[in-house]
Design a protein around this ligand. Sequence first.
Ligand SMILES: Nc1ncnc2c1ncn2[C@@H]1O[C@H](COP(=O)(O)OP(=O)(O)OP(=O)(O)O)[C@@H](O)[C@H]1O
Length: 625
Amino acid sequence: MNTTTYDTPQSPQASRVGALVAAADAGGPAAGLLDEDAKREIRRACLAAVCVPGYQVPFGSREMPVARGWGSGGLQVTLGVIGTDDTVKVIDQGDDAGVNATNLRRMIAQTTGCGESADTREATVVQTRHRVPEEALDDRHVLVYQVPVPEPLRGVQKSVAECARMHAEGDYSAMWVSLYEDIVRNGMITASTGYPVLVGGRYVMATSPIPRWDVPRLHQAEHLNLFGAGREKRIYAVPPHTEVRPLTFDDVPFEVEHEPGGRCKFCGSDDVYLVNAGTEGAFACSDTEWCARVQAGDADTAAHRERAPLALLPDPTARAGRRGAPALRAAAADDAPEPVRRPAAGGPEWALRVDGIGKVHGAGGAAAVPGTGPEHGTAISPSTGAVVAAWDVSFDVAPGEALGLIGESGSGKSTVLRCVIGDEPATAGRVHLASVDGGASEVLALPPAVRRRLRIDSMAVVYQDPAAGLDLRVSAGGNIAERLTAAGWRGYHAIRRRAGELLDRVEVPLSRMDDPVHTFSGGMRQRVQIAKALATEPPVLLLDEPTTGLDASVAAGVLDLLRSLLAERDVAAVVVSHDFSVIEALTDRTLVMQTGRVVERGLTDQLFHDPHHPYTQRLVAAARR
Ligand SMILES: Nc1ncnc2c1ncn2[C@@H]1O[C@H](COP(=O)(O)OP(=O)(O)OP(=O)(O)O)[C@@H](O)[C@H]1O
């Protein structure tokens, strides 16, 4: 028997949390389904979860003697936090008197010595695998959820490590894109169980296992919510009085599930979460305790109606307006969340400055460089065997200017671009952006999270392969929405207007805006990638072989588009290509690269008409053929 008892804390609002603190390290005779060490670990994990609401705390989940689907995570949390003074109630789906619920409740009571009840008002610890009770919970209650799928990002990101990074950096744009795509397809967000919420303004949390109907009851709740996921070994919490906001766009209200005209066939309630009840069109309360009490006249139905999320019932007419191509008009001033960063007046004349960038693949770092380069005819270090992909490359680009990097395959031009954007770490050199601290900060020395952020509002890249810059499963508009939501855009219609304008500008028909990009031709994909890159008007645009791989006529069209886009925008562009005709069409100045080094530089026009270096002469001759 568990003989643990908790002091009754003085602060009613902190009572359940206070009990956790008091019992965190409390010992007692080992008994029941969990030994005291396991219980202590669970309490500590619960406390950590309370301290960082919405954050998934790992714990050493144990095997439990219950069948799969009974929720070993929830059971472990219940066993970890329950004391002999407590009374447990178990809700299986919405049923608290069924075989599963009764058996589980008895097992908990018998192995811990706590009381048991099917009445929410008597219970202090309620374990649920579907519903928040219709009865009001208060600061005496702990609601323990059996969680089947704890990771809210699982639908958009398979890698556990990447999910952790996204949570750490608050990078939830992939989640916003999935909500955007849902609205485009269905006019509403259809996610039912597991609806994502932002907890305490910081972490996105899945609300699995509860339906949307119950989600509003997490916001500023009186009671402590503890979520246990046994298989994924995670515990997380929503402590009392925590802000819990369902994720949705500013102009798309969060909605709960609703059966128009639906009413419980037993108690007549129409302000409860209803489930189908056998025959066609018949419904019943999913909370059997509440239903029975309403029938018995033992329920405060007026107070319940006030709590019910009736203001969040769906509005079908609003849904229709969210589908179909947006009306094109100039973006409104308040569409963008914040002004795009531009170099401050009086700052440097360049938007991007690169000083002595170098990249060595393999051993030796800078020591590997001697013996490589054009004069030695090799990029491979004679001393270490490392590949010196690029070395001592410097340039700057002004707003409204385009700089070309040209060279044969393997000359190192893409390496320079990848080091600047952050796709690979540089071995040497410095990068400055006028939009970051007026150019004072060395960008390569900034923390990785800050550098990733720069890729949203300060720099964009267009890759040769559209699959590198786009999610081909997502619609053209959704791909643009990813960049906009990452930059903080939260207006659904503003996002659609902006995406529509951009797609129109790059000549992708608006009728294709909501089609997945994998259904597009290569040239159209590249146009979508360009539209996405320009979405947040980054002051620096990097183009890596933007037309290579396209048919000649399609490439010519994309080149024309890029030429007019660069001419009309105040963007500083770096264009990498092995083809002098591309460089000639797009750029003002050019660096010629051979075996990792710059061998010639000058105005593109001059280089094209009067190349000095024999290597440049070869490249120009090839372009003229
Ligand atoms: N991860 C790597 N490990 C070893 N060598 C590499 C690696 N990545 C690139 N290199 C080498 O660095 C050199 C420069 O490559 P880079 O891709 O920058 O050339 P490029 O001029 O852009 O060529 P391309 O137009 O074919 O992409 C090449 O010799 C390449 O083989």
